[in-house]
Ligand binder design. Structure first.
Ligand code: NAP
Length: 263
């Protein structure tokens, strides 16, 4: 019997690449995002090339009650979900006080609440099945505070901590929760978040979304707790454990500051 993956934020970037990877392994899909055209185009391409069933659900997940609606709509489709990819998320580069509260409200709703609620709904739904895999997209931002992107970094730290704890708790139910931590990745995110202005992006190798999704996919299938993309990105969280937290924040502020050409 074929399996089904539910992917949030599947219209582009890392989420889109997850959809391709699942389709290549003949897994049916439920793709969720706001961009109807992009979802439809991906649906046609994947069903034609790989012969998989693809459902699209156009939804603003940050809207009130969107997650309950999504869960009900997926049930109404009559598909059983085996994999959940909690990928939809966004960030905003800039001083804390310069960003409108509504933007943060939406960010916390999408990066934190939606991911938590969907994990909760499916973990309960899967009780007794002894299987089910979740991958939650965090970031290398999860490992330290991030001045100039303080709220985004904090949301990703939440994702890491929540997912590690859930992976521990749910293992006895046969459910695994993998946290994927990408570093800077060439997607719309870098443009939309304004992160292109940060020194960090000027000074590191930017990954492709395909490479990041591949790492996450493999880690998820093996039931690994955490996957960090990029050799340097793996070293940093380990190295900073030995530094005073104040230094770590200062260092982070330096790399998150605007590079010269954006000043
Ligand atoms: N790119 C990076 O450098 C990087 C680094 C670390 C972590 N990440 C994380 O990776 C994840 C994927 O980001 P990406 O880099 O692939 O960025 P992206 O190309 O901008 O993709 C973001 C996806 O989320 C969807 N989305 C955004 N707001 C939504 C909403 N309100 N409701 C439903 N869907 C929504 C977007 O679709 P629509 O616009 O069609 O709704 C899109 O499919 C995010 O959680 C991000 O924080 C990215």
């Amino acid at each position: 019997m074929s399996e089904t993956a539910l992917i949030t934020g599947a219209s582009k970037g890392i989420g889109r690449e997850f959809a391709v990877l699942f389709a290549e392994r003949k897994c049916d899909l439920v793709l969720v995002a706001r961009s109807a055209d992009q979802l439809e185009e991906l649906k046609e391409a994947l069903s034609e090339k790989h012969g998989v069933h693809v459902h699209t659900i156009v939804k603003d997940l940050a809207a009130p009650n969107a997650v309950n609606e999504l869960f009900r709509e997926v049930k109404a489709l009559g598909v059983d979900v085996d994999y959940v990819v909690n990928n939809a998320g966004f960030g905003d580069h800039g001083a804390f006080v310069d960003t409108q509260w509504e933007r943060y409200e939406e960010m916390i709703a999408l990066n934190v609440e939606v991911l938590t609620h969907l994990s909760h709904l499916y973990a309960r739904d899967w009780a007794g099945r002894k299987r089910g895999r979740i991958v939650n997209i965090s970031s290398t931002a999860a490992f330290q505070p991030g001045p100039m992107m303080a709220v985004y970094f904090a949301t990703k730290a939440y994702v890491l901590h929540l997912s590690e704890a859930l992976n521990h708790e749910l293992r006895r139910e046969g459910i695994t929760v993998t946290t994927l931590c990408p570093g800077p990745t060439r997607t719309h995110f870098l443009e939309d978040s304004g992160m292109k202005a940060a020194r960090l992006v000027k000074n590191v190798k930017v990954a492709t979304p395909r490479a990041v999704a591949k790492l996450g996919f493999k880690a998820m299938m093996k039931g690994k707790p955490v996957a960090i993309h990029g050799a340097m990105n793996k070293v940093a969280p380990f190295a900073i454990r030995f530094l005073p937290r104040k230094w770590v924040t200062r260092l982070s502020a330096k790399v998150m500051g605007r590079s010269k050409e954006f000043l």
